[in-house]
Write a protein that binds this ligand. Structure first.
Ligand SMILES: Nc1ncnc2c1ncn2[C@@H]1O[C@H](COP(=O)(O)OP(=O)(O)O)[C@@H](O)[C@H]1O
Ligand SMILES: [Mg+2]
Length: 361
């Protein structure tokens, strides 16, 4: 899978530029604040329908303009696909091959990408939210069923949480069981998919980490808590947990159990990476998780995703940099950096220089 052409109109600091990408390594080079990450963000947006950095799409619109447009031509095993996103102040229009799609889930999965930047360190350093976000975005890119289950779960959870803030206790006690049946059904789908995903991801991440560290460090990923095998069994367990937490949920005013509280345990050499690993080790672990994600996409869809590496070269030491360049061979990679020559050591690439939101000819 690869993206051939990307046009940015009034997107971030771009007025109207068209990028032509090669199937291999593409390097976006330029000084700071010129628009390299903005371009990477546009690719990611077309893959996931979500921005990397922000909550409100309107920030993507070039200052002083009223709308932005991102269009791309990509090629996959299934042939050519064109993707478009027109972004307005309070809404957006997504298209696939010129046809409007109304739901984000129909947009997902036409083009897949894995994104890595120095900020991805959050994956290890921050709380469970970040790791759940990683699982959700990653699994959603290959499973519409997961994406749908997640949306429905979130909707019911919001309603349940609203109910828990009611004053009328008898109303709460009467209504909770009704929500919980639904909640447990989607929760079971989510945890089962996450479990399977982690089972695949873990050995791949371990392998990538061994590769990057020359066999020196062992990375292990696992679910923080156990769920039983099989969706039905998980549903029963979850339903029991929702029921069992009424008193606490009512007292605290929100739902205290369920997949929205799950976490992934990350160990390096058997030790909790968040508490004990150095920043360099954490960075390598996060990168290994992303490289494992590449392999999962490749295995599940039959072709590799687009790998976006934003500003990562300057953060890696020379041996790891060389290893990373070797590792990305055979996939389309969009890499941003300030000094292409120093980052790549002569690797063959399609180099695009960017200055003030323009491609230098
Ligand atoms: N909506 C916007 N309209 C105009 N300029 C923007 C917008 N959003 C970001 N920028 C500008 O884009 C630049 C940063 O681009 P970025 O891609 O992050 O830089 P880098 O090349 O360092 O990765 C900044 O100068 C910022 O002001
Ligand atoms: Mg940047």
């Amino acid at each position: 899978m690869f993206i051939k052409k990307l046009r940015l109109e009034n997107f971030r600091n771009y007025a109207d530029e068209t990028f032509l990408f090669s199937e291999g390594l593409n390097v976006l080079a330029g000084r700071n604040a010129q628009g390299k990450t903005n371009c990477a963000e546009a690719v990611f947006y077309l893959c996931t329908g979500a921005s990397l950095r922000i909550r409100h799409d309107r920030q993507l619109i070039r200052r002083g303009e009223s709308s932005a447009r991102v269009t791309a031509e990509a090629e996959s095993l299934f042939g050519r696909v064109t993707l478009g996103a027109e972004i307005f102040e309070n809404r957006r229009e997504l298209t696939v091959n010129g046809n409007r799609v109304n739901r984000a889930v129909d947009f997902l999965g036409n083009l897949r990408s894995v994104f890595f930047s120095p900020g991805e360190l959050r994956l290890i350093q921050d709380g469970p939210d970040e790791r759940r976000r990683f699982l959700n975005l990653s699994i959603s890119q290959t499973s519409r069923a997961y994406c749908t289950a997640l949306q429905r779960y979130q909707r019911i959870l919001d309603q349940r949480n609203n109910l828990l803030k009611e004053r009328d206790l008898s109303l709460i006690r009467e209504t909770l069981p009704l929500w919980d049946e639904q909640l447990a059904k989607y929760a079971a789908r989510i945890v089962t998919a996450r479990r399977e995903y982690l089972k695949r991801l873990s050995p791949l991440a371990k392998e990538a980490h061994l590769f990057l560290t020359d066999g020196e460090e062992e990375l292990s990923l696992s679910f923080e808590r156990e769920y039983p095998d099989g969706e039905e069994e998980a549903e029963r367990v979850l339903l029991r947990e929702y029921h069992g937490s009424y008193e606490r949920d009512i007292r605290l005013g929100f739902t205290t159990v369920g997949p929205h509280r799950d976490d992934v345990r990350v160990l390096i050499g058997g030790q909790d990476a968040r508490a004990y690993a150095s920043q360099g080790q954490q960075r390598t672990a996060a990168l290994s998780m992303k490289l494992a994600e590449v392999e999962i996409f490749r295995a599940l869809t039959g072709e590799p995703p687009v790998l976006i590496l934003d500003d990562v070269m300057s953060e890696l030491d020379l041996p790891r940099r060389k290893k990373l360049v070797a590792r990305v061979e055979g996939l389309q990679c969009i890499l941003t950096c300030t000094h292409a020559e120093r980052a790549l050591y002569g690797a063959e690439c399609n180099k695009i220089r960017i200055q003030e939101g323009r491609i230098l000819k």
